[in-house]
Design a protein around this ligand. Structure first.
Ligand code: B12
Length: 442
């Protein structure tokens, strides 16, 4: 078969930070390695004229199957715009240009809303929910009669069949994606602050945070790659593409602690001179491992403690104490690397007392980071309600949404009377921020 892989539009506008579509390239690499299918890849996000180029690609080749990856459904960050219209237009465009070509969809955005997307977009013939290493080839081999494997979706006698995913791909069998299939060069010069190249050190998330869909996306069981293989990949990226900045795509980078420490020790041993970033779990940070991470190239500690108060941490099922956040902040501030904190605002149970407590935590973070000026920023968002999460149930119970709310489109947990709290806290911390950097007494 001739297979065209397409990364659907993942961002609004052309000036937004781009990420290399590692999921699409990973799958294409497996198909190239293990089958005789012909394939090519196209990322609409880096095209000057995405639809024009797509038209050219589809007109110039006879394509048997299109594999389209929907990574993002919306840009988050409290925005109310959606990436579904662009996806819908792309599907319609493909069908118009090649009515006989079958379309298979996948990716995180598709995974979150597989049934609804298949119901609303009859152009999609097949889909894979979650990771696709174990099932894409059996599906390609049997498009006429899809196998009943976990994660596979298809249409049969007018019905949509959805097989729930497992999330059990053994990461010891992981092979580094063949990035020659889609040249990283085009991505390297676009971004200003986001590392466009991702590296997977593990899959899965065994936490149960109430707003988060990560366990549904990549499984709830942690599956780690061999640390040596991870660093081999990073070394290969440096030598072959000059890539010196990477992002570890893991849900939480520093767990299991021993595994990630081994990765960092190996990075130091090879003296690769690369920098990396990732999202950390606060209560696992110690002076010792933070130094190890900084010495191995961590250039920004991204934390997502989410709760600004103990009540919020408990409501979000974070299994963490405010003191854990403060301890992590003290350790990080001492080590001198920039830290960015992400928090969720107006979480269930907010009161005027929790607002005061939230301000107190912001004060404490500023004063901890003041001497080393290592507070990158504090990012404040409301919770994007996703299907199947605990917050969806809380939102229904608290009448923030009802059974008719369409979660496919941006829906945030932000009821009155604290619906403006995000702005209040943003003003609060940004004033502190500017005063700290400009050294104006507060
Ligand atoms: C790492 C990460 C980032 C990093 C990326 C760094 C980098 N250089 O890669 C950073 C922090 C920069 C980032 C930014 C953003 N991200 Co992000 N990110 C992730 C995360 C944690 C992992 C993604 C990843 O790389 N996984 C590894 C790859 C291999 O897995 P995969 O892409 O899922 O691919 C597998 C399957 O999906 C499937 N598959 C993929 N494509 C296809 C296609 C077909 C046809 C088939 C059959 C199967 C298939 O097979 C693959 C292999 O098994 C996910 C959450 C998660 N746990 O998945 C969020 C996630 C994807 N991000 C999300 C979002 C929204 C964003 C941002 C918009 C946030 C923001 N406001 O800045 C930006 C957008 C960036 C962009 N330009 O696209 C959302 C998307 C859902 C949504 N609400 O739209 C997620 C799900 C997180 C969430 N909050 O729910 N992100």
């Amino acid at each position: 078969m001739n297979i065209q892989f397409i990364q659907a539009i993942s961002m609004e506008g052309i000036d937004v930070e781009c990420v290399y579509p590692i999921g699409l390239v990973t799958l294409a690499s497996i198909i190239k390695r293990e089958t005789k299918h012909q394939l090519s890849l196209f990322d609409m996000n880096i095209a000057d004229d995405p639809y024009g180029q797509l038209k050219e690609i589809l007109s110039n080749a006879s394509t048997d199957l299109i594999c389209i990856s929907l990574r993002n459904i919306d840009p988050l960050g409290n925005k109310t715009s959606s990436l579904i219209p662009a996806f819908a237009v792309t599907l319609a465009f493909i069908k118009k240009l090649c009515p006989e070509t079958k379309i298979m969809a996948g990716g995180t955005g598709f995974t979150l809303f597989a049934r609804q997307l298949m119901e609303e977009y009859p152009e999609i013939d097949f889909g894979i929910i979650g990771e696709a290493e174990n099932n894409i080839i059996p599906l390609l081999d049997n498009l006429e009669n899809p196998p009943d494997l976990a994660g596979i979706c298809y249409r049969k006698a007018g019905q949509i069949i959805i097989n729930p995913p497992i999330g059990d791909f053994d990461m010891q069998n992981y092979q580094m994606p063949d990035r020659n299939l889609l040249d990283p060069k085009a991505y390297l010069e676009r971004n200003h602050y986001v590392e466009c190249i991702g590296v997977e050190s593990k899959r899965g998330c065994n936490l149960t945070c109430g707003y988060c869909a990560y366990p549904d996306l990549s499984g709830s069981k942690l599956r780690c790659r061999n640390p040596i293989d991870i660093v081999d990949e990073i070394e290969y990226l440096k030598k072959n593409y000059g890539i010196s900045q990477i992002h570890f795509t893991d849900s939480v980078v520093n767990t299991p602690v021993d595994h990630f420490n081994a990765v960092c020790q190996e990075l130091i041993k090879r003296d690769l001179n690369i920098s990396w970033s990732g999202f950390f779990r606060e209560n696992l940070l110690t002076e010792e491992n933070v130094h190890l991470y900084a010495d191995s190239g961590c250039q920004c500690f991204s934390l997502s403690p989410d709760g600004l108060t103990q009540n919020s941490l408990d409501q979000l099922n974070k299994h963490m104490k405010v003191d854990d956040i403060l301890n992590a902040a003290r350790i990080l501030a001492k080590c001198g690397v920039v830290t960015v904190y992400h928090f969720l605002v107006n979480t269930p149970g907010a009161t005027c007392q929790t607002v005061d407590e939230a301000k107190k935590l912001i004060d404490q973070l500023f004063s901890i980071h003041e001497f080393s000026k290592t507070l990158g920023t504090i990012v404040l968002n409301n919770i994007r309600i996703l299907p199947g999460t605990a917050i969806e149930k809380q939102a229904l119970d608290n009448k923030v949404i009802d059974e008719h709310t369409d979660l496919l489109y941006p829906t945030y947990y932000n009821p009155q009377p604290y619906d403006k709290l995000r702005y209040e806290l943003e003003i609060y911390h940004q004033k502190k921020n500017i005063f700290t950097w400009q050294e104006v007494p507060q």
